[in-house]
Write a protein that binds this ligand. Structure first.
Ligand SMILES: C[S@@+](CC[C@H](N)C(=O)[O-])C[C@H]1O[C@@H](n2cnc3c(N)ncnc32)[C@H](O)[C@@H]1O
Length: 204
C-alpha cells in the first residue's frame, strides 16, 4: 500500500517536472524568438483536446501537425486514436525537434519551414493527408501568406479533409472565402491561458 502510494507520488511529481521543463523551454524560445514561437507557454489540455477532436482517426492517411512545439497537441492526437506512425510533425525550432523525437519516436519529425509546406514535405507524404493541425502563429504573417499556406496544405490532403488552426484572436486567422472553403469554429476555450478558439477550414 505504502509502496503504491510512493510510486503514484513519484509519477505525479515526474509529470509536474516535465510540465515545468516544457514551460521553461517555451518561455526561453519565446524570449529568443517571440514572433516565431507565438506564445509564452505550451497549449493547455483543453485546447489540445479540442484541436484533436476535429480529426477523424478512422480517415486513412497521415496527419500533419504544423508547429508542434513541445507536443501537447501531438499528445492529444494520439489520445484521440491517431497512431504515432501516422503523424508528420513540422517544426522550425531544432531544440523542440529533438524533444519531439524523444517523446514520439515513431512519428516522422521534419525540421523545417511550415509556410513552405510543399517543399518541406516534398517526398515525405506517400498518400493524401487525413488532416492538418496547425498551431503556427499565423497572425505574424500577412493574410496572403496565410491563405497560401491553407491552399498548399489542402493540396496535400484528401478532399474534404480539415485544416485545423487555433488562435487567441477573436477574428478568424484566415479570412472568409465562401466560394473556396467552408469554415467553422469552436466556442472560446476559457480553460486555456490565454483563452483560445479553434477554426476549421474544409475545401468545397
Ligand atoms: C504557438 S506555438 C504552439 C506549440 C504547440 N503546438 C502548443 O500548442 O503548445 C507555435 C509553434 O510553431 C513553431 N513554428 C513557428 N513558425 C514555424 C514555421 N515557419 N515552421 C514550423 N514551425 C514553426 C514554433 O517553433 C512553435 O513551436
Amino acid at each position: 500500500m505504502l509502496g503504491s502510494l510512493q510510486r503514484n507520488a513519484q509519477r505525479v511529481s515526474a509529470r509536474h517536472a516535465d510540465k515545468f521543463d516544457d514551460e521553461a523551454r517555451f518561455l526561453r524560445s519565446w524570449l529568443e524568438k517571440p514572433l516565431l514561437t507565438g506564445a509564452v507557454a505550451p497549449s493547455g489540455k483543453a485546447l489540445a483536446r479540442t484541436m484533436a477532436s476535429y480529426v477523424d482517426p478512422t480517415r486513412p492517411g497521415p496527419v500533419i501537425e504544423l508547429g508542434p512545439g513541445t507536443g501537447p497537441v501531438t499528445d492529444a492526437l494520439i489520445r484521440r486514436g491517431v497512431e504515432q506512425e501516422r503523424l508528420v510533425l513540422v517544426e522550425f525550432n531544432p531544440e523542440f525537434c529533438k524533444l519531439l523525437a524523444k517523446r514520439f519516436p515513431r512519428a516522422t519529425i521534419v525540421e523545417g519551414d511550415a509556410y513552405d509546406i510543399a517543399d518541406t514535405l516534398g517526398g515525405v507524404l506517400k498518400e493524401p493527408a487525413a488532416a492538418t493541425v496547425s498551431s503556427l502563429p499565423l497572425f505574424t504573417k500577412p493574410p496572403p501568406v496565410r491563405l497560401e499556406l491553407l491552399r498548399a496544405a489542402r493540396a496535400l490532403m484528401a478532399p474534404g479533409a480539415p485544416f485545423i488552426q487555433f488562435t487567441y484572436a477573436v477574428i478568424p486567422p484566415i479570412p472568409k472565402r465562401p466560394t473556396e472553403y467552408a469554415m467553422s469554429s469552436s466556442g472560446r476555450i476559457w480553460l486555456n491561458i490565454p483563452p483560445a478558439r479553434v477554426w476549421v477550414y474544409r475545401g468545397l
